[in-house]
Design a protein. Structure first.
Length: 268
């Protein structure tokens, strides 16, 4: 059983919504990333998403765009991201780690080489924002052979026909984008999310996580009542960037996530 499958099964059995966190590799410094990952787990994260810095992250809002720029300025490459996962795995072999980024980085390394290296590092899933399912088969084949799930996104504007296509290809979990816009936007409608998630769930047993626009405990709780998991990113990325002192950064990150975890659990 994969780490992702086990995590969702355990949270479902416990009546809890999974909490997934996103930070960008190498932001604000290279040394900050792995300690932050451990702090997030200690503070209630069930699944970790690690962003691969990219020069043109078209789905991202200002906070994550800026974090990518800082990561690139710090020399973070895809290979460096994998090295961070390996370092994290030295202390934590249980928490699922999902890489999130854009296809260009993987193509530069080579699909087969990336899949093998990611598996060796301890990666459990991959989200490629700009990879449609129609063009994913070669990469998905390599990932599947190495025990890694290729995770797809569904948006509010995705048609029913296309939703069925994506669901048929889904593995690990389905990432439902909660709003029409970029990460960090502020127009979340929990009622609309509930309706869309219910429609996706009627087509599949693959867990559905909701992200984009979830920034605090109240928004996480509102969405978590209807989903298998919630993803919080931009709010954490801002906390990472606002503190230059390493100890202070970890303290604030932990307090922030504990608050979200408590609110999320109180809604189930």
């Amino acid at each position: 059983m994969s780490r992702l499958h086990r995590t969702f099964a355990d949270r479902k059995a416990a009546g809890r919504t999974a909490l997934t966190t996103f930070i960008t590799a190498g932001d604000p410094t290279t040394a900050a990333t792995v300690p932050a990952l451990h702090q997030l787990v200690a503070s209630g994260a069930d699944i970790l998403e690690l962003g691969i810095p990219f020069s043109d992250p078209e789905a991202e809002g200002p906070a994550i765009q800026a974090s990518s720029e800082r990561g690139l300025a710090n020399g973070i490459t895809l290979a460096a991201c994998l090295a961070m996962v390996r370092e994290f795995r030295a202390r934590d072999d249980e928490t699922p780690v999902v890489l999130m980024g854009y296809l260009n980085s993987v193509l530069a390394m080579g699909e087969a080489a990336f899949a093998a290296a990611a598996a060796a590092a301890g990666v459990d899933g991959l989200i490629m924002v700009n990879l449609p399912p129609e063009e994913s088969h070669s990469l998905k084949s390599e990932l599947t052979a190495n025990g890694i799930d290729l995770i797809f996104l569904i948006a509010p504007t995705t048609t029913p026909e296309r939703t069925r296509l994506i669901v048929a290809e889904a593995a690990g979990f389905i990432y439902y984008v909660s709003l029409k816009g970029i990460t960090g936007a502020d127009n979340l409608n929990a009622g609309e999310v509930a309706e869309k998630v219910a429609g996706i769930r009627s087509l599949t047993d693959v867990p559905v996580q909701v992200g984009f626009g979830i920034k605090d405990g109240s928004s996480a709780r509102a969405v978590g009542e209807h989903a298998d998991g919630v993803v919080i990113g931009s709010a954490l990325v801002r906390t990472m960037s606002e503190h230059t002192d390493d100890a202070e950064r970890l303290l604030r990150l932990g307090e922030q996530l504990q608050s979200i975890r408590q609110a999320l659990d109180s809604g189930r």
